[in-house]
Design a protein around this ligand. Structure first.
Ligand SMILES: [Zn+2]
Length: 275
């Protein structure tokens, strides 16, 4: 499943090419992804200029403008989506469901499982869209720091790991990144959030940023003529220290790594290094 780093790498891969370009036409080859793809939307999109591309959580937000007013194209890669920039006359393959055609390139959305989202928000206030308004803060933003996370967790006795994955609190920390960040910080994924000290939150937050940043940096080097996301499981272009390594020796202490189910997801950790 594409995680925040893949989405951010996709955004950074598109930024040199799309802002300032006009959408000549939009092509939908399926009536629906996760939501309906209304035919009227192809008409609405034609002629709009993409001004910039932002990211909120795992949503890409395309700011589309015209002299008659604009709006935002909201895109989520879902379980298996990926974006490519192709020559406009490139024949579509089986799961290529959407094209946005520009003068010299086309943005192509491939999504075998069709859990992706493509929605239009008329007007400038995309932060008020129901899917965006419920999102927590950005893990790479300035607001997310040790003091903030400490304050937010004072009344939460749930284990820290599923809390980190709660997108109403902070967005885009997926299962892999939660496990890896907690290992880096030496914090047990089972520890109650309100039993972790301020000092340890000051270690955890940088660990989360470093894990995400390292993955973005690794993926960024692979972006050239297409925008990568292979939809596969595992760390994005990185080797994991604990994720999916049940029974293997801890890289710090050699103790066999453990796994536990939390909120329906597998957590991997070292019981000796993480307290
Ligand atoms: Zn260990």
């Amino acid at each position: 499943m594409p995680e925040l780093p893949e989405v951010e790498v996709s955004r950074q891969g598109l930024l040199p090419f799309l802002p300032g370009q006009h959408i000549i036409k939009a092509i939908f080859r399926t009536p629906k992804l996760r939501h309906e793809l209304p035919r009227e939307l192809t008409t609405r999109l034609a002629g709009l200029r993409v001004d910039t591309i932002l990211r909120r959580g795992k949503y890409l937000l395309f700011d589309c403008e015209s002299t008659l007013g604009g709006g935002w194209l909201i895109l989520h890669l879902g379980m298996s989506g990926s974006l490519r920039l192709v020559a406009p006359d490139t024949p579509p393959q089986k799961h290529d469901h959407v094209d946005l055609v520009f003068a010299h390139t086309a943005l192509r959305f491939r999504d075998p499982r069709r859990f992706g989202t493509l929605l239009w928000h008329e007007g400038s206030d995309v932060e008020k869209h129901p899917l965006i308004a419920v999102l927590g803060i950005e893990p790479l933003g300035a607001e997310f720091d040790g003091d903030w996370l400490y304050e937010q967790t004072r009344r939460r006795s749930a284990p820290i790991k599923p809390l980190l994955m709660d997108s109403h609190l902070v967005v885009g920390i997926g299962n892999i990144y939660a496990s890896e960040s907690l290992f880096r910080a030496g914090i047990s994924p089972l520890r109650a959030a309100n039993r972790i000290s301020l000092e340890r939150y000051h270690v955890l937050v940088p660990a989360i940023r470093e894990t995400l940043d390292a993955s973005i940096a690794a993926g960024g080097s692979s972006v050239r003529d297409y925008v990568h996301s292979d939809g596969g499981a595992g760390c994005f272009q990185l080797s994991c220290a604990v994720y999916d390594r049940l029974g293997e020796p801890c890289v710090n202490c050699g103790e066999p790594l453990r796994s536990v189910r939390q909120g329906g997801r597998s957590t991997f950790y070292c019981a000796r290094c993480q307290r």
